[in-house]
Design a protein. Structure first.
Ligand code: NAD
Length: 421
């Protein structure tokens, strides 16, 4: 960009650096680079709500649509205190490469509100969710931009989004968001799709480097939708889950955790803290503890230049978006002893089943769970093989292989369509 950009911050900088690396690799012309990287549209809104005590609070919300070259944009909505425009833009950019890698007819999008959802009552959360969707109505639509859950949002928030949009349209528009409850136009398999995909690809990686799941161990950072489902699915394959964490505590037990007991505790307490005091460990120490599979499934930039050298895992299965910084990537590449499944491949299960949900909602024709899972694993396997093949053929990292496939596909679509007018 020759002029100043509104997209700032460490997460945006990370997406930009990754893109520049891949653009060099693909020998993209400088004319094409800005057009590929910078988002098509961005919207910032203020969402005022009445709090339970009668006062008025105002929250800032964002939505970024990265490109519309291949179809509508698609992406999650994040409710978290540190959400800002740069972070949302970076996540939208990653969604574009992810959708293109999976062969989905979407551009990437992302949205969010700078709020700690845990500090709101349920009624306040509903009011804020509805107000945010109402502010977004001129900007989104089933053929323009389709939302989904992300950090701090869930099926219930998606149901409120869908209901609010539908009320303004005067008809039910289930296809406006994905990740809805089954009772409101959702699909089988969406809730578990990301975590199941992470575990499926971790199994492929174990097979590739010769690890027997029955004698393997895993550490999972983050125990929300993605982390908890990944942990359960890995345990089902026979892995011992020796480390888990959430925002409240990190726990480590070499004997492995009884996940059923963990889920019972979570149902009651809402957080991991209090589950096993004797197993508490420093969260940083958990990340570098010995295991076969490390699943970062919480927030961005947790594996960085300060801990990458100390990692003692053999596989990193990136459940979260952007958990590894470019500096850490350089260290991991140089070490050469860790098989990394990059985020845009590893956690694509969520957007793939979201795509199935959108297609089913548009057609009003629903598939059974077996059909969903068969199609999901077919796409993930295809992408996994394409990434490994490109990484081996070009002698590049799995991340650069995955990103370069995604970027190249968007580039090809833009080239073919030409530049309007
Ligand atoms: P979630 O809100 O359901 O869960 C997040 C979990 O991370 C919670 O357990 C929270 O306590 C924990 N956490 C937050 N900060 C932490 C920290 N500093 N250390 C340890 N734990 C921490 O969110 P989610 O939907 O599971 O999303 C997690 C990650 O996966 C995000 O990066 C998101 O963008 C990515 N992702 C989600 C989906 C999806 O379908 N939900 C799809 C693809 C990628």
């Amino acid at each position: 960009m020759t002029h100043q950009t509104i997209y700032r911050g460490s997460v945006f900088e990370m997406a930009r650096r990754q893109f520049e690396g891949v653009a060099d690799l693909l020998e993209l012309s400088f004319d094409e680079r800005d057009r590929l990287l910078y988002p098509k549209r961005a919207m910032a809104v203020t969402c005022p709500i009445h709090r339970d005590d009668g006062s008025v609070a105002v929250f800032e919300g964002y939505r970024v649509q990265h490109h519309l070259t291949l179809g509508p944009t698609k992406g999650g909505t994040r409710f978290a205190p540190n959400v800002d425009l740069g972070e949302v833009a970076a996540l939208a950019i990653w969604m574009s490469w992810k959708c293109a890698l999976s062969g989905l007819p979407y551009g990437g999008a992302k949205g969010g509100i700078a709020v700690d959802p845990r500090a709101l009552s349920r009624k306040e959360l509903e009011t804020l969710s509805r107000r945010y969707m109402q502010e977004m109505i001129p900007f989104v639509g089933p053929y323009t931009d389709v939302m989904a859950p992300d950090l701090g949002t869930d099926e219930q928030v998606m149901a409120w989004f869908m209901d609010t949009y539908s009320m303004y349209q005067g008809r039910t528009v289930t296809e406006i968001v994905t990740g809805k409850p089954l009772a409101a136009g959702g699909t089988f398999g969406r809730r578990d799709a990301t975590g199941n995909g992470v575990a499926h690809l971790a199994a492929r990686a174990m097979q590739k480097i010769g690890i027997d799941p029955k004698s393997a161990t895993a550490v999972v950072q983050g125990f929300g939708n993605v982390g908890s489902v990944s942990a359960a699915a890995l345990a089902k394959q026979g892995l011992r889950i020796v480390g888990i964490s959430d925002h409240s505590v990190a726990l480590h037990d070499p004997k492995g955790f009884d996940l059923e007991a963990v889920f019972r505790h979570l149902k009651q307490a809402g957080i991991l803290k209090g589950f096993a005091q004797e197993a508490e460990i420093d969260p940083q120490a958990l990340l570098v503890s010995e295991c076969d599979v490390l699943v970062p499934a919480a927030v961005e930039r947790v594996i960085d230049r300060n801990n990458a050298e100390a990692l003692k895992c053999r596989i990193i299965a990136e459940g979260a978006n952007g958990p590894t910084t470019p500096d850490a990537d350089t260290i991991i590449d140089a070490r050469g002893d860790i098989f990394l499944i990059p985020d845009i491949l590893c956690n694509a299960g969520g957007v793939i089943v979201s795509y199935f949900e959108w297609v089913q909602d548009l057609q009003r024709l629903f598939w059974d769970e077996a059909e969903i899972l068969k199609r999901l694993y077919e796409i993930l396997d295809r992408s996994f093989e394409q990434v490994i093949l490109r990484a081996e053929r070009m002698g590049i990292s799995n991340r650069n292989a995955a990103l370069s496939i995604g970027v190249q596909r968007v580039r090809d679509a833009k080239r073919t369509r030409g530049l309007f007018p």
